[in-house]
Design a protein around this ligand. Structure first.
Ligand code: GLY
Length: 401
């Protein structure tokens, strides 16, 4: 049994240290605060303001509204776990109990969703909040919430399809989106913790079915595959949040990369590593990846290069690449670390990281939520912040070895 928490934690690799770019390590080498320290300090300044502004609001921050005010959501929103998760990561870095108290407050707002079967995103929602809380406190009540949540999530599994149903809305028969790979770590963890083998079966079947049907020969993926729930047959492959059915929606590629990297860590199944490497190679060598490593919202968006970026995709990708580098051969590992470090430098620059006191208290600017529907374009998104902090944590731990 490992000591890792579900979702969003990952292995920390020795190898990042070897190729840590000088620009990132320099300050620490010279006795000053490191790149990581400086960014956590910025995050703490921003989130102190965010917490003050949210006082009395029972919701959880997601983005900014049309008037530039922080938009909060209820526990059932798919993004509800990221802010508590970020508070836990700041607590882990600072060891300041103020952050622990805030993390507990925001985490426990989500308890009711442990039995909410109306979403496939319980892995994100509970893994990032209760999962990080469990990792850092070992509070048995958190463990119980996570195991109950995993069983609830498994209730959306269809044996015929071999997958967990993603959405309950729309005209699809049994839609599965690539994002759903991110919810499997809750299941593998809960299976180890509880001994419930069915949870592991669900996670493996879902990863295998997605592997078989979502990916194209170049390593990119479709956003959504619709199945016949009675036979398991594939009915349709398409996009919802991307530019076109055959396009490479940036965040979808990042979810796949992160999801298969995590599944390899959890299971050591070689085909999950192969899949993660193939996605990584597609991304890091993509001719339309901008020089700063922050992708356009879709690699095939009409109007390139004058289209919005997605800083959240860059943060997710960087965090995944730091982990995947630990599983890859030396050449790939070097390339992945260099790419992730470049992305982190860019995200931490004034081009993407908000000035203290700006951006409603969010850390990163310039993310894209749902471009085809014209929603959340060029705004902060709470998950971008979360994966940026997680990538910092992975980077720092590797640098310390
Ligand atoms: N999982 C939803 C999104 O990435 O927008």
């Amino acid at each position: 049994m490992t000591m890792r928490s579900p979702t969003c934690t990952g292995l920390l690799t020795l190898s990042v240290l070897v190729l840590a770019p000088a620009a990132i390590t320099r300050a620490a080498d010279e006795g000053g605060p490191s790149f990581v320290d400086l960014n956590f300090s910025h995050a703490a300044s921003q989130y102190t303001r965010m917490l003050a502004a949210l006082k009395g609001d029972p919701g959880l921050p997601r983005s900014l509204d049309d008037r530039g005010k922080v938009e909060t959501v209820g526990p059932r929103d798919w993004t509800s776990g990221f802010f508590p998760g970020s508070l836990w990561l700041i607590y882990e870095h600072t060891r300041d109990d103020t952050w622990k108290r805030a993390a507990i407050d925001y985490t426990t707002r989500l308890e009711e969703i442990k039995t909410y079967g109306g979403t496939h995103d319980l892995g994100f929602m509970l893994g990032c909040s209760y999962g990080q809380g469990w990792r850092l406190t070992r509070d048995p009540a958190y463990r119980d919430v996570l195991i109950t949540g995993a069983r609830t999530l498994a209730g959306r599994f269809n044996e015929k399809v071999g997958a967990i149903r993603s959405w309950d809305f729309g005209s699809w028969k049994f839609p599965v989106i690539v994002d759903n790979m991110m919810n499997l770590e809750l299941l593998t963890w809960a299976s180890r913790e509880s001994g419930d083998q069915h949870l592991l079966h669900v996670a493996l079947a879902h990863a295998d079915t997605t592997e078989k049907n979502h990916f194209r020969p170049d390593g990119s993926s479709f956003h959504l595959v619709d199945y016949d729930p009675a036979t398991g047959a594939v009915l349709k492959k398409q996009t919802v949040q991307g530019a076109a059915d055959p396009s490479a929606w940036a965040r979808g590629q990042a979810w796949g990369l992160y999801g298969y990297t995590a599944m390899f860590r959890e299971t050591r199944e070689p085909e999950y590593l192969e899949r993660a490497l193939k996605i990584a190679d597609f991304l890091v060598k993509h001719p339309r990846m901008p020089a700063d490593g922050v992708p356009y919202w879709d690699f095939d968006a009409p109007g390139l290069p004058n289209v919005p970026r997605d800083s959240s995709a860059a943060a997710i990708m960087a965090s995944a690449l730091f982990e995947l580098a630990g599983f890859a051969d030396a050449d790939r590992a070097a390339l992945y670390r260099m790419t992730a470090a470049r992305q982190m430098r860019s995200l931490a620059s004034p081009a993407y990281r908000a000035a203290v006191g700006a951006n409603g208290g969010f850390i990163l600017m310039h993310a894209t939520g749902h471009h085809p529907e014209g929603r959340e374009i060029d705004l902060p998104l709470v998950y971008g912040d979360y994966y940026f902090l997680e990538a910092l944590t992975r980077f720092e731990a590797a640098m310390k070895r």
